[in-house]
Design a protein around this ligand. Structure first.
Ligand code: AR6
Length: 179
């Protein structure tokens, strides 16, 4: 199976997924917020906030792990994406760094399945057309070095996000598999 065949696009709510780990699009306080962060904290229960408090925050471009508590997922990897400030402030590299950090945690925790939301593409304003190819290329690269990770789900909450990812997948399929 090629790396690209281990990446699957789905539309839905990440909190419902029965995977080993889900990724949260958090902020650097790791103390919760709106969007997918709020949904994950609601579904996981108050133990998640308690666990996050002990982590002491997280810099942009990095990620930290907690248990999933009441979620179907065993772990939550809390990633802090960059706020979009026009593209000239290292946002693309920081976004790639987030995905790499989560893929490192996936290896460290020995997960077989993981699901990502579109990090930074909501409240943080990162254009999804630019974020999608970064997410896919970074994940595909890390998959080459982690045979235990069988499936990476890219979870799109809405149709527009799904379409942007679909487009990026189509464009990257050939070049990445040939690599
Ligand atoms: N499942 C999957 N994706 C979702 C869900 C869900 N349940 N809910 C929203 N999304 P955002 P960011 C999508 O704003 O841009 C928070 O307050 C959403 O449609 O959640 O990284 C944090 O605490 C979008 O495509 O995260 C930070 O302060 C994507 O998830 C800040 O927002 C990310 O949108 C982080 O902003």
């Amino acid at each position: 199976m090629t790396c690209m065949q281990r990446i699957e696009l789905i539309q839905g709510d990440i909190t419902q997924l029965n995977v080993d780990a889900i990724v949260n699009a958090a902020n650097s306080s790791l103390l919760g917020g709106g969007g997918v962060d709020g949904a994950i904290h609601r579904a996981a229960g108050p133990e998640l906030l308690e666990a996050c408090r002990k982590l002491g925050g997280c810099p942009t471009g990095q990620a930290k792990a907690t248990p999933g508590f009441r979620l179907p997922a065993k772990y939550v990897f809390h990633a802090v994406g960059p706020v979009w400030r026009g593209g000239g402030h290292g946002e693309e590299e920081l976004l790639a760094s987030c995905y790499r950090a989560c893929m490192r945690l996936a290896q460290e925790y020995g997960v077989s399945t993981i699901a990502f939301p579109a990090i930074s593409c909501g409240a943080y304003g990162f254009p999804v057309e630019r974020a999608a190819p970064i997410a896919i290329a970074t994940i595909a690269q890390a998959l080459k070095e982690n045979p235990k990770l069988q499936k990476v789900y890219l979870v799109c909450f809405d149709r527009a996000t799904y379409q942007a990812y679909q487009e990026a997948l189509t464009h990257l399929q050939g070049p990445i598999d040939a690599d």
